[in-house]
Design a protein around this ligand. Sequence first.
Ligand SMILES: Cc1cc2nc3c(=O)[nH]c(=O)nc-3n(C[C@H](O)[C@H](O)[C@H](O)COP(=O)(O)OP(=O)(O)OC[C@H]3O[C@@H](n4cnc5c(N)ncnc54)[C@H](O)[C@@H]3O)c2cc1C
Length: 378
Amino acid sequence: MAIDGAYPPATLPAGDTKTESESAAITAAAHPLSALPTPVLLRSLLIATISSKPSLLIPSLSALSFLCKPRAGPLLNVDRNPILHFILKATFYRQFCAGETPDEVRSTIRQLAGMGFQGTIMTYAKESVFDAKTKMQTGLGVSTKMSGKQEVTEPTLARGEAFCPQIEAWRKETVETIELLGANDYLALKLAYLKSTPATIARHLQAASDVGFTLGLKLVRGAYIFSDERSLIHETKADTDAAYNGIAQGVLCRQLGAFGTEKPFPSVELFLASHNKESVMKAHALRLQRLKEGLPTVPVGFGQLHGISDEVSFRLLTLKNERNEPMVYKCSTWGRLSECLAYLVRRAVENRDAVGRTEDEYRALKREMARRSWYSLL
Ligand SMILES: Cc1cc2nc3c(=O)[nH]c(=O)nc-3n(C[C@H](O)[C@H](O)[C@H](O)COP(=O)(O)OP(=O)(O)OC[C@H]3O[C@@H](n4cnc5c(N)ncnc54)[C@H](O)[C@@H]3O)c2cc1C
């Protein structure tokens, strides 16, 4: 049984005239997850099994949330208890995160590049989330009730170190993240997905037109539905989907609101960060159709989170054409295990809420495991 690389290895039946690369491409197109190394497949299957079974996911989520709280004692401190550290690192951490040290991060980036990804989008894990309901800001080393006086304003940001050591620490580590990246790798920047997003994009398109720069538009649906002010978010999932697809298609056709009709459409590069198969496949098909018909469009990249929706990522990779499109990236997170816990909790919550997607992923991983087991018997 092959341990690393695409599976099965591209050996040819006698008399088959296909080249090895043609044969590998056929396997990849029919079985996108064949690109996953076996240890990664086994770990993904373990995590997908937990994520798709509420009886396993709910206790795991509670345990992760419990461990997130900063503790002085060594027993429940994930950085100080070696057994806890080993178990979490070998499972949840390795599934979704890039590494705790620069060497581990570089090795993950190399592994993802070896699987065919255009590059890696790297995020530093330290984060704090502001809960609109409780007015609490939580995250590693941060637990503050925000009052009018403590609100972050530009002058307080400028004096970051004096007012908020966490922001200064985040700034330093973000600069360190940039130093880890090479050509084709990106540092993740946030664009929340809200009802106001079309108006925000219109402002940014106007600024790009006025100043003459290329607008890098990263489109996400939005991960903070439970902590953001709910009234600012679309009422239903279908509304969010329609808004997401509408913006993506508008930008790909260079026609959004008044831009592209009453006003010129500025230079834009689109990045669709999504696990939604329909959204990404439709966008890729639309770009190809526009290119085929000689119609104007914009460059587009696609990204999925490390450890999530590999089936979508690898399916996109199997569509690569002579223009090296689609360009597919994985977005990963790095930091000490304790720093990544809040991020891991968010991934577990996302898997709990995206029931349909989690079950699809689980089924696809099981099919791939069964296929490999069958090949290993032949
Ligand atoms: C490369 C990458 C970068 C990312 N960067 C960011 C970032 O900077 N900021 C950020 O917030 N997130 C970020 N995310 C996370 C992303 O927001 C979530 O993974 C995404 O929301 C999940 O949606 P989806 O597009 O994968 O599709 P789906 O799984 O089809 O959609 C799920 C999403 O739909 C929305 N939704 C669900 N139910 C409802 C409802 N009842 N009403 C309205 N809307 C609903 C929510 O936004 C939910 O997350 C990133 C993801 C990727 C892949």
